[in-house]
Design a protein around this ligand. Sequence first.
Ligand code: BMA
Length: 337
Amino acid sequence: MADGSAQSASASTFGPSPILPWEDRPAGLTDLLWRSSRNPIIPRDLLPRSNSIFNSAVVPFEDGYAGVFRVDDRSRTMNLHAGRSRDGIAWRIDPEPIRFEPGDGRVPEIQERFVHAYDPRVTWLEDRYYVTWCNGYHGPTIGLGWTADFATFHQLDNAFLPFNRNGVLFPRRVGGSYAILSRPSDNGHTPFGDIFYSESPDLIHWGRHRHVMAPLPWTWASTKIGAGPTPIETAEGWLLLYHGVLTSCNGFVYSMGAALLDLDQPWRVIARGRDYLLSPQVSYEQVGDVANVVFPCAALVDREADRLTVYYGAADTVTCLAHGHLSEVLESLRGGR
Ligand code: BMA
């Protein structure tokens, strides 16, 4: 895996290229990202027992797409479910949660203490799809596992001590090491949070922690920030889409923005967008179980067609799509927009 091509719908690794879910920019709109007219693409009640399906991750798989979905059920347990789709828009999601096989003899020690699993990301890395998620183990921390087929899943050890959220793997080794972004947090709704970088020789032992980015006072990302989709490798750097939170009179407001990280030393920020790319402005983002949330967890790229499609959770209730042109997002970062 040389160039982040797992993120490319045209990557040969995946056999026949699936067609990237896409809609052209609506006439007259100048925004860098625009919403799918089919939003929300996954309703909250797709499964018989689902309360909500959101903050979920999608990758190209075989002749279509596969994903790991956050499903909160009607007991309000948060768990991960696998799903398949031909077109990335209409999904068949398994009604039963993923049951992870222990990846080694010590993993049952953490599996015994299962509390919940939520906010997955999926990353093609070397030879398999890795899943990271927020794993309840004496508080939230970063769970890690892998699958080859989206049918059998294997769990590795938690990457970090609690409390931590938003663990997002890079799609290749950096400087010879596996690399991950995460956001140390607390056991509640965390009124703070910076993005950190860590590396590992084996995906089990993580260290050399480096600070990447902090919230920016008096902006859309003034309270906390967290990595979103798997970073997208470009000639100019890693494109990081991330969520940023501000605290309003009515509580947290979650929006999405972009930054560019150095290819060889990704803890160094080359550029950071001033404005959000998407903020909660339509009813399905403003009204739901948690109001005013846009939470990106996956992105698909068709480099030849210069297309970027982002999967995001809306209002902690439904799953949505937004589209944009990769070149325009990169250009906006160059221009400080
Ligand atoms: C965060 C996580 C996300 C959620 C967000 C808004 O702490 O729990 O899953 O989307 O809060 O409620």
